[in-house]
Design a binder for this molecule. Sequence first.
Ligand code: GTP
Ligand code: MG
Length: 844
Amino acid sequence: MNKKSKKNQFSYDERDIYDPYSVESAGSYDMSGDFYGRRESTDMYDLMPTVQESGGYDEGDEFDPYGMGDIPGFDEEEELRAEEERRLEEERKRKADEEKRKLAARKQKEAERKKQMKKVAEQRRKEKEEEEKHIPGFDEEEELRAEEERRLEEERKRKADEEKRKLAARKQKEAERKKQMKKVAEQRRKEKEEEEKRQQEEEERRKKEEEDKDDPSHIEERLRELSVQYPDVAPPSLVKKCKTLSDNSNTLQVITAGHVDAGKSTLMGHLMLLCSRLSSSERHSLKKLSQAAKDKGKESFVFAWTLDDDEMERDRGVTVDVAHTHFTIPSTMSGLDEDKKDIQDRSVFLRDAPGHRSFVPNLITKAQAPDVGVLVVDSVEQELVAALSAEGQCWEHMLLLRAVGVQRLIVCVNKLDRVDWSEVTYAHVCSTLKKYLKKAGFDVRDESEQVVFIPISGYHGVNLIPESSRARIAETFGSEESKGSEDTDEESSSSAPTLVPPALSSVMPWYDGPSLATLLFNAPIQPRLLEHPFVCVVSDVSKAKFSGKSVMSGRIASGCLVEGEVLVLLPFLRLLRVTAIVDNTCGVGKPVTRCYGGMYVSLSFKPLGASEGFGGGYSEEEIEGMVKSGCVLCRPSQPVRVSNRLTIQVRTTELEHVLLKGERVDMFIHSMWSCDNTCGVGKPVTRCYGGMYVSLSFKPLGASEGFGGGYSEEEIEGMVKSGCVLCRPSQPVRVSNRLTIQVRTTELEHVLLKGERVDMFIHSMWSCGLLKRFVSEMNNKGVVIQKKPRKISSNTNAIVRVQTDDVVPMLPHSIHPLMGRIVLRLNSRTIAIGVITETHDVKI
Ligand code: GTP
Ligand code: MG
């Protein structure tokens, strides 16, 4: 076998390239195909015959690579067995190889696994190290996941915190709300308590006032208490001192009266200018005033403007409020003989009243006990008739002058220049007026001297001052005026009013009586009643310009007062101390320490404290709020009577109908107006009734108090308009926008047709409306002459169905005459007046 191997080895070397079936080639590959290198020899190779063993290969031989045919003794069975053995051997070999290979593969796999594990362990270690070191760049996904986790964690935390915070806030809010509610409830409780207390106090106060009002004896009783508390009376020395002062002041109190535009203000304004010795600056102011009047087209009112100093009065050319002023009539105008001219000048305290009927209450409340009344009458016939008509103020003013106690009346027949200075007209006016004056209760007989007539022209200044004084003024100013007219300064000269009146002899040669100034100079002054108890009738309360303190103004009806005294305000029973006195009688307010009967004063006061008596303890504002024209100030020890039940002696005037028991009328007692607050001095009352003009304070009911409640004051204020109606819920008026009315048309510009829109005034509510249907036309006796007419013409009586745009509260005329009146207007003209006959329901 070894020989063969050597041979084979040798031969193999030689056939290395040419024998593809060599041992090397046949057995060098195992099943896995791996090459394990050259082998020395195998068993199988040993069995295979080589080329040399089979006898050699020469050219003539058949090719027999295995040399089968050449092996001697080889039989088939042997061959098969060998073959089987070989196969088994090969199988065994293959299996062993397989085993080896598997083992090697397993080992290798194991080595690889270990290597891999080592690698993984190494990696994990590194990762761990990385993780520990927080090295950035760590696995991105992991990082992202971690990041996400962190974010989620944070989010979760944040949400939890948020929840916690919210819960805490909610809890806090709830606690605060509870606290607030508690506070509000507490506040409401307090407010309610306060309100109840206030209401109770108010009720008590009202009751007290009611008692005081209904039972004057109660006030009397309290006044008696007060007089014990303040027993002081005016010392005789004070009366004596005041008497001297009063005599020296020699002040005559004058009031003008007369129909509107009679020339009262012009007359008195001109008289004042003529009586005053005008300085050059005063003349300059007059020129300026004249220019201003000219600029406003009111040149003829220049003298009136000296008294009507309010802008509104000047614009309208009408006196509104009573003007107070003071001037002096020089003794030279007394008309007395030369030897008696050492007497002092006459000081005049003038009140110029308005003539317009709307301002009559101003005259009544402010014209207190004047010494002289100056009634100014326009001499032009139509004006005289208008002034003396039932609607005219001349007649009414005569009555009022009588009522306020005028003992001397000077009747100025004015504007004689407009009737050519006619003596006949003058005589006619005088005789006409005498009848009326007599009716008013004046003694018009010549011998009585209660009423004096004089012819006058206020604007031209005729018969205002005596002729001698006129001549002197003409001497002083005449030359100036003539010089002024020649002056180059045209504006100033033209605007200056002519002060110098024409000579009486040149215009009214037929008159030789006294001038107005002379009559005033010699008019008797009424007794000032200084010895009587102190009584001051308050006409006004206001704030002092500089100090801002409350001041009461009024006329002292009687008595004397010294600064610092305690007075009681009646009928309110309030105690106050007089802290300062200002005399207004002399025109400019002059501070004085004493005052007495006849003076017009402003009294500063300080209410007494609660501890100083039962009338004390009120603030200045409270007292200011209660004072109204007609209140009286007097000493607590000498109070006037306070009552509401009187016996009076009256003389009636021309009445429209007879007076019957139970009738309600307005009563003016000195300067107090009782009955309602129409005159503008709002008097707080606790009851009101038909015919009164009232202001009602109100408080809306709450929502819980009924379906009409729950509105604020502002809301109600916003919805109220003229014509709204207040009534008891149980007795409401009708509310509708569909009415049947009975009207009478006036002179129409065109006939009225169905469907026309007109303005409708129902009581004081103004609404537009539609003439829906003409029901019928009637004659003057109310008999229907045509049913459903197509049109309505002038001066026609008709029944008409109308519809207003707004729902209107009203009542048919048959139920309530005042609530059922209607006026129709079109293009600012009244086209029909009538009454509501029927209302048709409407839902509101
Ligand atoms: P009220 O205070 O509003 O009632 O008027 P009043 O009476 O004070 O009349 P006022 O003095 O305002 O004058 C009214 C108008 O009458 C003015 O235009 C005056 O110029 C005019 N007037 C006054 N007196 C005379 C006069 O003697 N002659 C003429 N022609 N006009 C006069
Ligand atoms: Mg006037």
